[in-house]
Write a new protein. Structure first.
Length: 554
């Protein structure tokens, strides 16, 4: 994607970069998107992806895709492949700049040794509980751990023993020697290496010690020549450690800049909580269309263009906030309205019999694929004596403002004919089960030669040719805007029991052959997408969104 193809909103980060370039502090812009391969990306990651890659595009620089694979127990090749697919789906490309934290394990080890040699790191044998106790609280100084002043040679020998498997997992860690009295707990001699006997997906069993994220991340940025390392606000308190490590090692130092993460109403953004939903079968999978994961949104029918537009609108700020899902949905609707082909589908059918239409006659009517885009052409839709229409398009004794059938009223059948309801068949409870109508054969295409006006137009499907289709009606996953607001309640208590409803709909026959991922506007109903489960024999459609925003359900 070129810069001109992506609307990149100005923000405070770009103000910083502009100043850096103007002053000569930086001569180019190199960013990175650094996911941990321990889960699927969600809409919050989309904001970071658009910011990292979009900033590089804006300034003619480059953005690296780097996997921070420092925790082999949680990482999986499945996540790696999914992350690559999501980044490309959003419209970005890292080119030749694909990197792994594990590419630098040897260098990180050498840097750890360098810190020991400088007297700036030591091996600590405290248990996890003791570690926390010695670290203390922000308002009081911590206690100096045993071994903090151990000679360099002893620390070197102990670290070598850690590397060679001489200690059990958790027996000790390597700590940076900084300041046990710092008000910032992250500066109170943080652990930078731990023992973990786990097979790594890239390095196998070569290592039994692995760098901690805070130690690894800044070194990765330094090695790759990153100029502006963008992180979410929770890393602001980590920045002094980021700077201390690189300054103490006397290596190139990028600039870390923090921005507010994306929080979205009616969902949760925690990988841990999303994993909980998957493991407890409260959703069907990571790509369940109710999930905020990018693969879930893609399956639901959201477009990458709409997500990029949404990220551009919300921009990057230093202020934590809760963005309204209605804004995201509005971006999606705008894109789908402009670009989705139209089709006809009936969800709650009632039969219409056109009594003066010749029995056995079938016509192939031409219907526009998009009302505003002639270049999308026409499609043929079968028309016959018996049709399905929506049950809500009929009403007894309807008021003038009602736009459907009522006895004696003439209605336009979309791109077909004008028809008038002459009789209604009802069941024993008085419910309409079938409409009897007549049509005007001189109104083919839906307009009258004599110029008479018809107020309403309804959609229809030929009963003989209709394809019965499973339609999955997706709604918001939670019933409240912020499921995490009430700390005393489990967020799962707010799951929306009506977030998925299954119905069987009547579709025009051409929709059975649509390939997965194809998006349509079902006229007067909403936006829908062909699900990956769909086959020509058993079509499956997902509701992306209704035509208009629903009322709040809290």
């Amino acid at each position: 994607m070129s810069e001109s193809e992506h609307n990149i909103a100005a923000n405070f980060i770009h103000d910083i970069i502009d100043a850096d370039l103007k002053s000569g502090k930086r001569t180019d812009v190199v960013t990175r998107f650094p996911p941990e391969p321990n889960g699927y990306l969600h809409i919050g990651h989309a904001k970071a992806i658009c910011l990292d890659f979009g900033t590089a595009l804006k300034y003619g620089g480059r953005c690296h895709l780097r996997f921070d694979d420092t925790n082999p127990e949680a990482e999986d090749e499945e996540y790696v492949n999914a992350i690559k697919e999501d980044v490309k789906w959003l419209g970005f490309d890292w080119g030749e700049h694909l990197y792994w934290a594990s590419d630098y394990f040897e260098t990180m080890y050498e840097y750890a040794v360098r810190l020991i040699e400088k007297g700036k790191a030591y091996v600590c044998e405290l248990t996890q509980e003791e570690f926390k106790d010695y670290r203390g609280i922000p308002t009081e100084p911590g206690k100096k751990p045993p071994g903090r002043n151990r000679p360099v040679a002893e620390n070197m020998a102990l670290f070598e023993k850690m590397k060679n498997g001489g200690f059990e997992d958790g027996a000790c860690v390597l700590r940076a020697k900084i300041d046990m009295a710092s008000p910032n707990l992250h500066m109170r001699d943080p652990a930078i290496y731990r023992i973990k006997r786990a097979t790594h997906h890239n390095t196998g069993d070569k290592w039994c010690i692995y760098p901690m994220y805070d130690f690894a991340h800044c070194i990765e940025d330094s090695i790759e020549g990153i100029t502006h390392s963008m992180c979410t606000l929770e890393f602001e308190v980590h920045r002094p450690l980021y700077d201390w490590i690189l300054r103490t090692l006397e290596v190139y130092q990028p600039q870390q800049i923090e921005f507010a993460r994306l929080n979205l109403t009616y969902t949760v953004m925690s990988k841990r909580k999303l994993l909980e939903l998957v493991r407890e079968n409260l959703v069907n999978s990571w790509d369940d269309p109710r999930m905020p994961t990018l693969c879930g949104l893609r399956r639901r029918g959201f477009t990458s263009e709409a997500i990029r537009e949404f990220c551009s609108i919300i921009g990057a700020t230093k202020v934590e906030s809760l963005s309204e899902v209605e804004l995201l949905e509005s971006c999606v609707r705008d894109d789908l309205n402009a670009n989705s082909l139209r089709a006809m589908a009936v969800f709650d059918p009632i039969k219409v019999v056109i009594e003066n239409y010749p029995e056995g006659l079938e016509e192939q009517l031409e219907v526009p694929n998009h009302p505003q885009k002639e270049e999308e052409g026409m499609r043929t839709v079968p028309f016959s004596r018996e049709l399905w229409i929506e049950r809500t398009d009929y009403m007894d004794d309807a008021p003038n403002k009602f736009k459907g059938f009522t006895l004696g009223r003439e209605v336009r059948l979309r791109s077909a004919y004008l028809a008038t309801c002459t009789d209604v068949i009802k069941d024993g409870d008085g419910n309409a089960t079938e409409l009897r109508c007549t049509y005007d054969p001189d109104t083919k295409g839906g307009s009258a030669p004599d110029g008479r006006k018809v107020k309403s137009t309804i959609h229809w499907v030929s009963a003989k040719h209709a394809v019965e289709t499973e339609v999955r009606l997706y709604d918001r996953l939670f019933t409240v805007e912020n499921p995490l607001a009430d700390k005393g309640r489990d967020f799962k208590e707010f799951l929306n029991p009506e977030s998925l409803q299954l119905i069987t709909a009547k579709l025009e026959p051409g929709l059975a052959k649509a390939t997965p991922g194809t998006r349509y506007q079902f006229e007067r109903v909403g936006y829908f997408c062909v699900d990956p489960d769909s086959t020509e024999e058993k079509p499956v459609y997902n509701r992306t969104l209704t035509l208009r925003a629903p009322r709040k359900i809290s």
